[in-house]
Design a protein around this ligand. Structure first.
Ligand SMILES: *Cc1c(COP(=O)(O)O)cnc(C)c1O
Length: 233
């Protein structure tokens, strides 16, 4: 199936999951995760009405943005960085992205704020939280969220938008829900501490319905739009 057809199906699935949760489909934004796919795939998706793209690997993303821009500078795209951030790579992220979902250290946040160019709006930021309790996964522990949220909210060139999580894969809808519910509770705790946010970035191709049931406002979907990834590319 084509990217355009896949997008129709993914949008339908989002609308269904939102309706089942008593939510408006327009409250859930689709972030198309285009990692490992080329500029041609991004342009095809953009021509089918998809304008927000997520990328994990910095150099790949910068090359792709430039290629897309050369072919179609007219497309109104927004770019979200969703991968691990090395502290010596913050400048190009601050200069080229609209959003960063994967902030998990104050030092990274400070550098992103310092390096965000004056001519651009503040960088929109989510804190990545480890809600599965796995040592290997990136993200801050739930009990570190408040302190990092306060630090980010105080930085002049960042805007704290919410929380992001990548839970461990789980097979069923019911097993997928608890970590998403945990992220929603953490967001409520931030609001209770005077740090209201509007974004829960959670849910991917295999678990977006459960994430939407628990309040996701951005789902990050790759495979269901672009097909299976080949990391050799
Ligand atoms: C790759 C990736 C996705 C998309 O995953 P799919 O299962 O292909 O939908 C979403 N979020 C992050 C952080 C990713 O790295």
């Amino acid at each position: 199936m084509s990217i355009a057809e896949n997008l129709v199906h993914v949008r339908q699935a989002i609308a269904q999951a939102a309706a089942a949760a008593g939510r408006a489909a327009s409250d859930v934004q689709l972030l198309a995760v285009s990692k490992t796919f080329g500029a041609d795939a991004v342009i095809e998706a953009a021509q089918a009405g998809q304008h927000a793209f997520g990328e994990n690997y910095l150099q790949e993303a910068l090359d792709k943005m430039q290629a897309v821009h050369q072919l179609r500078a007219d497309l109104p795209l927004s770019w979200h960085f969703i991968g691990p951030i090395q502290s010596n790579k913050t400048r190009p992220i601050a200069e080229h992205f609209d959003w960063v979902h994967s902030v998990d250290r104050e030092k990274i946040a400070q550098r992103l704020s310092d390096q965000r160019p004056d001519g651009l709006p503040p960088l929109q930021v989510c804190l990545q939280v480890n809600v599965s309790g796995e040592d290997s996964k990136s993200g801050i522990a739930p009990d570190e969220v408040l302190a990092l949220a306060k630090a980010v909210a105080a930085l002049p060139r960042l805007r704290l938008r919410g929380l992001m999580a990548i839970p461990e894969p789980a097979a069923s809808f019911d097993e997928q829900r608890p970590p998403f519910s945990k992220l929603r509770e953490l967001q409520a705790q931030l609001a209770a501490q005077g740090l209201p946010t509007d974004t829960l970035s959670m849910g991917m191709s295999a678990d977006m319905a459960a994430a939407i049931a628990e309040g996701a406002t951005i789902v990050r979907v790759g495979t269901a739009i672009f097909g299976k990834r080949n990391y050799a590319n």
